[in-house]
Every structure is written in structure tokens, then in C-alpha cells.
Design a protein around this ligand. Sequence first.
Ligand SMILES: [Zn+2]
Length: 416
Amino acid sequence: MDQIKTAQCIYCPSTGPFSDEHVFPAGMGGDDKNFLLVDLVCANCNTKIFSKLELSLMRRSPIGLGRQFLQTKTRDRGSRTSSPTIETKSHFVIDKEGRLLEADYDASGAETLLAQCIIEGEKALYTAQDTLHLKKMYKALSKTLEAPRINLITKTRSDTVSYVVDIYDWLDDEYKLISSDTFKKPPPSGIWLETFTGNQSNFSPRFFQRLAGQLVLRTTSAIDCPKLLRSMRRTLPSMQSKQDEATQSSIEQPIVQIEMAIDSDGAERALAKIGMNFLAFTFGSSFITRPQFESIKKSILTGTPELPHSSFGEEYENVANDLFGNVPNQCHCVMLMAAPTDDGLCEMYFNARLYGTGAYKVLLAKQLPTTDLLLPIYFLINYETNTITPMSMLDYQFKYGVLVERFLEDLNKPQE
Ligand SMILES: [Zn+2]
């Protein structure tokens, strides 16, 4: 595992400055001390490109869900240690009538129905986990809607995050748009506007309150806003009288729909990068500066050409299960594997099972000479202790594999 110092970044032509690159992202439980690429990756690749890709993997991919619920801390930074978070666009549970209801996970990870008022034509339906939350929303809504002026805030994201603030005044029994401007920071108070883009047949516009307290108006079209604000304002008195009899729901077996902000391209490029890091760490920088790795490096850095598909298709499901066996709790398992091809050469794959789910496969290089071939090499990454343990195929299969287990089971089967 020698790391030969190079004058050039292993990913791009830059000659530095270099910065330490985690072989496996620290935010997903990587090792801060022993698994670093030192003087091999330039600061530009590391901080400008890779950090963003890792964020996509951790916060804008299905892996983010595993990270949120299984990993208790991101990394030990003393008081700055925080629980992992994901960016969700929306999170619904479905009630008996098929309505989409706003939900969220509370601090303990439990499914929680948010306080909400769903406007179905002339009808307003209130629902919440309990009346306490409904009362809290009522208070926040009346305070906001009884003011002569309302900020309706829309978060927009292009290169940077900005906030479009529409100001409405209550004039002549109507909400009138006064101004619409874009700001770098949101105003201190107002109602957040979110657009629903899914199947509209079981969706009606609604006002709801997030667990952190923000009021949100979710609707399919921003044009409806003044009308909806007006309906909500008029509904408030009835809400006060009805809130004690409002639906109290505990969701026992909720049907959950979570719409995450997904950046699968970024997440896959991040995975490919992790695979290349393990290769560089294991076989040295001269190995991955071979021309066969040019294409994957370009994909990682720029997104073009697109990466070959990275998750196992159904036909690979069994292969993947056999390869990973029973990954121990609190561990990721990743693996480098060379597969021989008909032309006498081989293809290099990186496989990963993260947070106990999924089997991600990235083709790192084609047409490598087989003389380099080694048996698959495994790395077990314990995301609670931040340790990485390399293991040989045999070691891994004996400890966690199903192949050996199955073989022994067959031996012990009573003969017929
Ligand atoms: Zn570079």
C-alpha cells in the first residue's frame, strides 16, 4: 500500500497544491487517520469537485436515508458533531381515503403526521398527530394571516440558494400582490411556498406547519396563492372552534411517500470516486494513472461521458448478495474486483453496500491486463467507530459470507 509521491494530481493535470483526500468520506464514517490519500489529490479536485459530489451522495440520494436513520453521528468533531441530515423535498403518508398527508420524521426518527389544513374545494380538513400540534399551527397561522401584510417565500436553487419573496397586502377583503423580489436571505417571518409536482388526483392544496415551526403552503400552482390565503384566513375561525374535534391520527402502518431531492448523477460520480480512491490507496498512484482509467476520471470530474449504470440490475441481485453476504451491523462493505473478459483482459469493478442496503456497482476500467489481477479485496467500514478494515476474499467469506455457510449447511444436511 505504498503511496508514491507524484508531482501531478491523480485525477487531473494539476501539479498542486495538494490536500489530504479521505479514501472514504468522513461524513459517512470513513477513517480520518489511516485512510487518507496524501499528496495525491489536488486541493481543487478535493474541495471544489469531490466535496459537492459527496454531498449529493450523502444528502441527495437514497443512501442519505440510510445515513439518517442508521448512523448516529457524522464524525466526531466534539461539540460540532451532528446527526446526519438529508434534503427531502416532500414526505407524505396516505390516509384511508387516499389523500396525501404531510408527514415528517421527528428527532427520534419516528413517523409524525404534521399539523395541516387541507383545502378541498369548500371543505377544510384539519389533521395532526395530536391537538397540541394543531393548536400550535392555529396560533402561528392566525398571527401571520391577521397581519396586514404577508411574505410568501419561495426557496430557489440554481448555482446558489436564493429566496423569492412575494409581498401580499390584505385590501378590500382580498390579498393583493404588492411586490416580488429576490433576496439572498429569507425574511424573518412569512409562509413558505412549495409546489406539488406529483400526481394531482389525490392532492389538494394545504397549509401545514413543519416540526421546527415554519408554516408552509403547498399547492400545484403559484397562481392560486391569493385565493388560498384568503380561504385560509376565512377558515381560521372555524378552525378554532373545531380543533378539539379534529382528526387525531396515530399512523400505525403508514404508507409513506418520500420525495427526495435526488442527484443520482452526482451520487454515482461520488461512488466512482470512492472506488478510484480505494484503488489508488491499495495499488498506488501509478496504477490508476494508466490510460484505461482516463475515461472514468473524466466522468468523475465533469459528468461526461456518463458513467455506466451503477446499481446491480435484478439479474445481479443474487450475485451481489453472495458477494456481500451478511455485512455486520454498523458497517459498510466495499469491494474491488477484476472480472476477466473474452479478450483475455479484464474489467475493474467497485462494488458497495452502504448502510446495509443496495448493491452499487461501478465499472472503473476496461481492458486492463490480467497480470495485475488479484482476488477481490474487501474493505469493511464501521461508520460508528470510523475504522476501515481491509480483508481478503477468503477472510471476508469465512467471517461474513454466505458461500461458506451454505457449503457447510449442505454438508450437514441429513442424507436421504
Ligand atoms: Zn486534481
